[in-house]
Design a protein around this ligand. Structure first.
Ligand code: I3S
Length: 132
């Protein structure tokens, strides 16, 4: 079958520091962008943005909840990802993630190599979760 096990999904795990901002909350466009630099973890089909970027890479991947408070968690099932159009931000290397519940996030890193690995990991996560 095409069913992915939890172990297979876990191979997509990724964590690092990204710049992000939420632009739409469940269909409602937010008036102002607030970019934050935050520790970000992709695990088990969920992308979690933590409140700050201080959590260490060593502990953060496995036990993030013990070390920092999640600010946003985005279920990748039913989400979509694209490169943000230029009118969404003047920054370079910006991804736009839309969740199934109608929220939108911009995700950015100055390094094209780094943002590309996030693009690939998130896109693969979305693809695998929608295969069921
Ligand atoms: O869509 P906007 O209004 O151009 O987004 C910018 C604002 O969020 C701005 O905050 P202030 O209005 O407090 O200056 C941010 O500093 C900018 O980074 C936002 O624009 P970019 O193009 O960087 O997403």
């Amino acid at each position: 079958t095409n069913q992915f096990t939890q172990e297979q999904i876990k191979t997509l795990d990724k964590a690092g520091v990204l710049h992000r901002t939420k632009t739409v909350d469940k269909g409602k466009r937010l008036r102002k962008k607030h970019w934050s630099t935050s520790w970000t973890v992709l695990e088990g089909g969920v992308l979690t943005f933590f409140k700050d970027s201080k959590t260490s890479a060593a502990g953060g991947l496995r036990q993030p909840s013990k070390l920092s408070t999640p600010e946003y968690t985005v279920e990748l099932k039913g989400a979509s990802l694209s490169w943000a159009p230029k009118d969404k931000s003047s920054k370079k290397n910006v991804l736009e993630l839309r969740s199934r519940d109608g929220s939108e996030y911009l995700i950015q890193h100055d390094s094209e190599a780094i943002i590309s690995t996030w693009h690939k990991a998130i896109a693969e996560g979305i693809e695998e979760l929608s295969a069921d």
